[in-house]
Every structure is written in structure tokens, then in C-alpha cells.
Design a protein around this ligand. Structure first.
Ligand SMILES: Cc1cc2nc3c(=O)[nH]c(=O)nc-3n(C[C@H](O)[C@H](O)[C@H](O)COP(=O)(O)OP(=O)(O)OC[C@H]3O[C@@H](n4cnc5c(N)ncnc54)[C@H](O)[C@@H]3O)c2cc1C
Length: 423
């Protein structure tokens, strides 16, 4: 191992889990591992915890995972406003349909919008000092008699287990030979707008505007009594996001897209400050259901394992599920039920790498089985609403929604199969 000044000085990682990436998945994994007593270090490439864009809708399965991690009540009481209805509108303002979340089958369901920074800072606050190392980009991970991590500054460190939580363009995934995601053909603007005097429409509803044949889909929901969040999805060439990196260009493009839309969208966009305006490119990758994805004591979670389009708002929820399950799998391999977290560090240090690797493969099989259909559903939903611009299809879709409404049976059923392990 090289001895040199590094952001990792003082970190003893040889008998720890090293999590690569300090986004939602990486921080939550560290919280889960800390909760069960397994030592962990998080390596984040950015100089500070990333300014995580805009908001995220956390659905029931995400809340079950957040409960297992021990942060759900704090988030609920401090930040997360409940969404009680789902509504669809046409560009003309005609309401196609409306469904109470309470009427969706399999409930009670819980949908709450969260400002991402509030989620990340709540997770980070659970971790002891020194767990998160920023400016610690990882360039490769290899497996020579155990995982070896090479940082972008050339430092090499060892770990007992590596968890790649480094997002859609995962370096850990690349080191494992996992292919990159494929561009889905559309992009998303997101924004948050504050209305200090109160929202123009404070109803706790998740509203979607489906726009004719241009493939535009707009969604909005309140995240607090004075803050509205929105997203504007639409087909776009692959270089569109690059072009919109200039906030002036982004704003002009966004204004074009929301022109004439109902729900006061023009005003909401006009009041969004530049720092609360984001644009993202969207991609996904077919997940091999029931297959393992890691090697030795190296595994992946979150977008690194199953990059998905945001069409059903499940990427973050799946990442949170992953974190609970990987922490439980490692704990159960090292120690019998009832083992005290205070004794876990020694048990983890003594665990056989082969047993840990076996547990990671079994966990990956469960996780790919769970996530493959969600990624597929998100892909299909986006094709139906955003990518497909066939006039006959659009007419049929709107007719179906206005005649039969949202189906309360199928609406949130993908959140139901997840029962969080107890940490
Ligand atoms: C427009 C949009 C809307 C969305 N809406 C929702 C929603 O409503 N609900 C929902 O559940 N999900 C939603 N998602 C999905 C959700 O944002 C992601 O699934 C989630 O952020 C994945 O978390 P992650 O930790 O795996 O990756 P990320 O959040 O991307 O975090 C990865 C981290 O790794 C770091 N990193 C990358 N490479 C390296 C490296 N080599 N070394 C060290 N660090 C590295 C990055 O800096 C980053 O901090 C949405 C996604 C998009 C694009």
C-alpha cells in the first residue's frame, strides 16, 4: 500500500465496509451498517456532500426502509408533507381523473415529497464523525485477495467489503464489468419555487399534466405549505442537457415547454430561482432478475445496480431498500440473531471473506429479482406517456384515463412487495 497524504489519512478501512458514493444510497447504507455495528467509511468524490437537486417523492416502500434505518419519524415531522391525491389533467386544464391515495389497494400508502438535501443531511447526521470522506473520488476497485480501492489521487486502500453506491455512471460497476445505462430519449427539468405568502394551490395533491402529442409530461406537488416542486419531462436529443447547462438557456427552454399549461405552471416556473432549477438526462438498463452482480466482497446498490427512469419515482426508494437489505445480510452472516451491535466490529473483522461474498451474492439475487420489474415498469410507463407521440395512442390514453380513471388496484402495487428487514 502507498503511504502518502490523503483524504483517507487516519481511516482504518481494512476491517470495514467502504461505501463508494455519498448520495442517498451511500449515506443510507452507512446508516444501516452503523446501526448494526459494522464499521464503515463513505468515499464521496465531491468536495462536500453533493448539492442534491430539488425534491424526491418517497413512497411507502421508501418509508418502510427509512423506518428500518431509524430516520422516518424525524423526516416526517420536520420535512415531509403528505400527498393525499393523484390527479391527471390535459393541457386544456380539463381534469382527466383524480384518485385519493387512501383508496389505493394494499394500503395504508404513504407518499411524501422531500427536499433531497433534507434527506441527505438527516442521514449524514446519524453517522459518527470521520465516516464520510469527501474529495475522495474512486478510480478503480479490484479484487486481489480482498477488495483494493484506488482513489483518483493515486492512494490505494484495502477494505473487507466494498459497496458501490456511486450512481448511474458507477466506477465500481465499471470495475465489475457492468454495462453503462442507455439513454432513454428524454430529459427532465426540475424546480422548486417558494411562495412565502402560501402556495397558489395548497391542496396536498400530486398533479400530472399530460400534453397532447409532444410527449411533454409535467408533474407538481407541494413539499411544504410555502414550497412547490415540479418536473417537466419531454423527448430530447442526447446533447440537450449539455446545451441547458447554461441556466439562461435552460430557463428559456423550460418556459417554452410550460407555455399555456394549467395549474399556474408559467408563474411557478417564472418564480424559480436559478439555484433551484435543475436538468437531468434519463437512462436505464435492463436488470438481470435473480442474477448476482458483484464479485468477491464487492457489491453494488442503488443506481449503480439498477439505473432506472424516474417515471414511477422509484429509483431512490429501491436504493433505500437495498441499503437496509445489504446491512442485514452482512450482519446475519457475521453474527447470530440477538448479537449486540457493540460486539459486531470484532465479529465482522473475523468473518470469512467467502461467507461474506456468498451473502452478498444471495442479497444481489434478491435485489435484482425485486428491482427488475420496477425498472421495466418505469421504462414502459415513460414510453407510453413521454416517448410515444402517436396521436391515436394519446387519444386512447386520455380516453381511458377519463373513462376508467386511475386503477386503485394497480396504482401503487409496486410498493407493496417490500417488507424491510429489521436492523
Ligand atoms: C429527474 C429525476 C427524478 C427522480 N425522482 C425520484 C422520486 O421522486 N423518487 C425516487 O425514489 N427516486 C427518484 N429519482 C431517482 C433517484 O434520484 C435515484 O435513484 C437515487 O438518487 C439513487 O441514489 P444513489 O445513491 O444510488 O445514487 P446518487 O444519488 O446518484 O449518488 C451517487 C453518489 O456517488 C458519488 N460518486 C460518483 N462516482 C463516484 C466515484 N467514482 N467515487 C466517489 N464518489 C462517487 C456522486 O458524487 C454521488 O454523490 C429521480 C431521478 C431523477 C433523475
Amino acid at each position: 500500500m502507498q503511504a502518502r497524504a490523503s483524504v483517507l489519512d487516519g481511516a482504518a478501512t481494512e476491517n470495514s465496509v467502504v461505501v463508494v458514493g455519498g448520495g442517498i444510497g451511500g449515506l443510507a447504507a452507512a446508516v444501516g451498517l452503523t446501526k448494526v455495528g459494522i464499521p464503515v467509511t463513505v468515499l464521496e468524490r465531491a468536495a462536500s456532500l453533493r448539492e442534491a437537486g430539488a425534491c424526491i417523492m418517497m413512497q411507502s416502500n421508501a418509508w418502510r426502509a427509512l423506518e428500518a434505518l431509524g430516520v422516518a419519524n424525524d423526516l416526517r415531522s420536520r420535512y415531509a408533507m403528505k400527498v393525499e391525491r393523484m390527479e391527471a389533467y390535459k393541457k386544456s386544464g380539463q381534469r382527466l381523473n383524480s384518485l385519493a391515495v387512501a383508496d389505493c389497494e394494499g394500503g395504508p400508502h404513504e407518499l411524501r415529497g422531500l427536499v433531497r438535501n433534507n434527506l441527505q443531511s438527516t442521514l449524514a447526521a446519524q453517522l459518527p464523525d470521520g465516516v464520510i470522506r469527501t474529495s475522495a473520488g474512486v478510480s478503480t476497485v479490484s479484487n486481489f485477495a480482498g477488495p483494493v480501492i484506488e482513489l483518483e489521487d493515486g492512494t490505494q486502500i484495502k477494505a473487507k467489503v466494498v459497496i458501490g453506491a456511486d450512481g448511474v455512471m458507477s466506477t465500481v460497476g465499471a470495475s465489475l464489468g457492468i454495462p453503462k445505462p442507455v439513454y432513454a430519449g428524454w430529459s427532465v427539468f426540475r424546480g422548486m419555487t417558494d411562495f412565502p405568502e402560501g402556495l397558489p394551490d395548497p391542496a396536498p395533491a400530486f398533479r400530472v399534466i399530460l400534453e397532447d402529442t409532444s410527449g411533454l409530461m409535467v408533474g407538481t406537488y407541494p413539499v411544504s405549505p410555502t414550497r412547490a416542486y415540479y418536473f417537466v419531462c419531454g423527448p430530447a436529443p442526447e446533447d440537450y442537457v449539455q446545451k441547458c447547462k447554461d441556466k439562461k438557456v435552460a430557463r428559456a427552454e423550460l418556459e417554452k415547454r410550460v407555455k399555456g399549461l394549467p395549474l399556474a405552471m408559467e408563474a411557478v416556473v417564472a418564480h424559480t430561482p436559478d439555484e433551484h432549477l435543475y436538468i437531468s438526462i434519463v437512462g436505464d438498463r435492463k436488470v438481470p432478475a435473480g442474477e448476482p452482480m458483484g464479485r468477491g466482497c464487492i457489491t453494488v446498490i442503488g443506481d449503480a445496480m439498477h439505473p432506472t427512469t424516474p417515471a414511477i419515482g422509484q429509483g431512490g426508494a429501491m436504493a433505500l431498500e437495498d441499503t437496509v437489505e445489504v446491512a442485514a445480510a452482512l450482519r446475519d452472516t457475521c453474527a447470530p440473531a440477538g448479537f449486540k451491535p457493540s460486539d459486531m466490529a470484532a465479529a465482522f473483522a473475523a468473518a470469512e471473506p467467502a461467507a461474506l461474498a456468498q451473502a452478498l451474492r444471495a442479497n444481489e439475487r434478491h435485489r435484482t429479482e425485486r428491482c427488475a420489474p420496477l425498472v421495466e415498469l418505469a421504462h414502459k410507463n415513460a414510453e407510453r406517456t413521454i416517448v410515444n407521440q402517436n396521436i391515436l395512442w394519446v387519444w386512447l390514453r386520455d380516453w381511458y384515463i377519463s373513462t376508467f380513471g386511475f386503477n386503485p388496484k394497480t396504482q401503487l402495487e409496486y410498493t407493496l412487495p417490500y417488507k424491510a428487514s429489521v436492523l
